[in-house]
Design a protein around this ligand. Structure first.
Ligand code: ADP
Length: 253
């Protein structure tokens, strides 16, 4: 979508002062809920997310069980108060889609073969939404799964890159800047968004979606930036887990 808003200036500074390869501020805390098996609170720019993990436990109803492996049920939900115009509570097409792609991404890293007939429930609650909530939700889910002690090949992490500031003339799009981690206005008025999730140890792609248009060259640049963003956020995920467990050990001592 095109707007009159200048999303990036001549010096390459974005609306919130970031450079093209800079993330919004990310804060992660593991183990914030006492009744869940694992949990995480995450702030990413203006996004606020809580994730609660339950399981592995027997999947009910029984017809949902898989005799060979566990199923991962991610449920992404946006609180009614998380967006400017109050959102109608309950699931909609968008939240079903996001729940599905996150469930499939998580199933690629969780050792599901260890738990036949079980379910692992991952409740992702978006308290405040400001673009990039699927990446924020999946990243928090990775920490909450690790906090629950669920065996995984790796801690999954997500980040997006996109394109802003292109010119549209006579139906032709030209120019534009590939940037990391779109903010709200950039998401609303930008030209493309490319959220990915990876397993940072192997760089295996767990999720890749794209909204808008990118040339092959822009796509490759956006992938490199999003990968770099994922690796930066991955360090913060590990710090959050270390902080929680260091505090637990101190308490025992
Ligand atoms: P993501 O949050 O993963 O970027 P989208 O691209 O679908 O997913 O949404 C971009 C942003 O649009 C969201 O982060 C949120 O700020 C806003 N948004 C999404 N759904 C709604 C809604 N129903 N009402 C108002 N704003 C919404």
């Amino acid at each position: 979508m095109k707007s009159d808003i200048e999303l990036i200036d001549a010096n390459g500074k974005r609306l919130d002062g970031r450079t093209n390869d800079q993330l919004r501020d990310v804060k992660i805390e593991a183990g914030v809920l006492h009744r869940a098996d694992g949990s995480c609170y995450l702030e990413w720019g203006g996004n606020k997310v809580v994730v609660a993990v339950y399981g592995p436990r027997e999947a009910v109803p029984r017809h949902t069980q898989d005799p060979l492996r566990a199923i991962v049920n991610a449920r992404y939900n946006m609180a009614a108060f998380s967006v400017d115009d109050r959102k109608r509570p309950g699931p909609d097409r968008r939240s079903r889609e996001i729940s599905k792609v996150i469930s499939e991404a998580l199933e690629k890293v969780v050792l599901i073969d260890l738990y036949p007939r079980a379910a692992i429930d991952v409740n992702i609650e978006i308290l405040d939404a400001e673009a990039g909530t699927r990446c924020a939700g999946l990243t928090a889910a990775g920490v909450a799964l690790a906090d629950a002690g669920i065996p995984m090949k790796d801690i999954p992490v997500a980040c997006a890159a996109g394109k802003i500031g292109a010119e549209t003339k006579d139906g032709k799009v030209s120019g534009g800047h590939v940037v990391l981690d779109l903010g709200k206005e950039e998401d609303n008025f930008g030209d493309a968004d490319l959220p990915i999730a990876i397993s940072p140890r192997t760089n295996e792609i767990l999720l890749l979606q794209m909204d808008g248009h990118l040339t092959e060259d822009e796509f490759n640049k956006a992938m490199d930036l999003a990968m770099k963003g994922c690796h930066d956020v991955s360090k913060l995920q590990k710090d959050a887990l270390i902080n929680k467990y260091a505090a637990d050990v101190e308490e025992v001592e």
